[in-house]
Design a protein around this ligand. Structure first.
Ligand code: HEM
Length: 185
């Protein structure tokens, strides 16, 4: 082999290596996209609930899903007993607990999906679902109630136009990581 052939072969080798490295970087970038970004991320839009203010698209989408989910849960006979305190308040026209839960759940999901501009200051998931630490939790959850909760969140995603199956299954997988903390009987 003469020197030119060796140089050409080396050049091809280096070029292939660069191509493979770029490909790897792209794959890494793909896996680093947070669930929050896939839900709309930080792009600012008008907040339909608060005219004149802007809101991150990801947070708005999560809040819409959470609010729908609370209504689906409120109509679900498997879950109604656990939410008796909240349902009684709402029945009496008192929306204080509903608003607090909407914000708490939205902040929780925002942080859990990777939002950077929000924080969750509520109870941790064990305490929130232990009636002795959170009297608003009317009974300890079993697996069947947890399954119903996940299904109801799925319904709420559908009601809000989230149809991307991969996104839905990644969100369900995130919910599944909390089953052990929430199910307490
Ligand atoms: C992945 C699943 C779940 C998540 C992420 C979740 C999250 C939360 C959060 C963030 C709160 C508010 C805590 C606070 O006030 O500091 C909460 C409250 C509550 N959760 Fe869950 N939860 C889940 C599943 C469930 C299930 C399966 C049940 C019922 C069996 C349930 C029943 C409740 C009740 C009754 C409250 C109190 C509501 C109120 O303030 O009136 N949750 N949950």
């Amino acid at each position: 082999m003469n020197w030119n052939v060796i140089k050409s072969l080396l050049a091809i080798l280096v070029f292939s290596f660069v191509l493979v490295s770029c490909d790897d970087e792209n794959e890494d970038d793909m896996t680093e996209v947070s669930l929050y970004s896939r839900l709309g991320g930080t792009e600012m839009v008008d907040d339909p609930a608060n005219p004149g203010t802007m809101i991150e698209t990801g947070y708005l989408n999560l809040r819409s899903v959470v609010d729908s989910a609370i209504f689906v849960i409120a109509a679900d006979p498997v879950l109604q007993p656990y939410f008796q305190t909240l349902l009684t308040e709402v029945g009496n026209g008192n929306l204080t607990g509903f608003s607090a839960l909407s914000m708490g759940l939205t902040n929780f999901f925002a942080v859990a999906t990777g939002a950077e501009n929000f924080s969750y200051n509520g109870l941790n998931m064990v305490a929130a679902h232990d009636p002795s630490q959170n009297p608003r939790m009317n009974g300890r959850s079993d697996n069947a109630a947890y399954d119903a909760f996940v299904a109801d969140v799925g319904t709420a995603l559908g009601q809000n136009g989230v149809t991307d199956q991969e996104l839905i299954s990644d969100l369900v997988a995130l919910l599944e990581t909390l089953r052990e903390d929430v199910v307490q009987r």
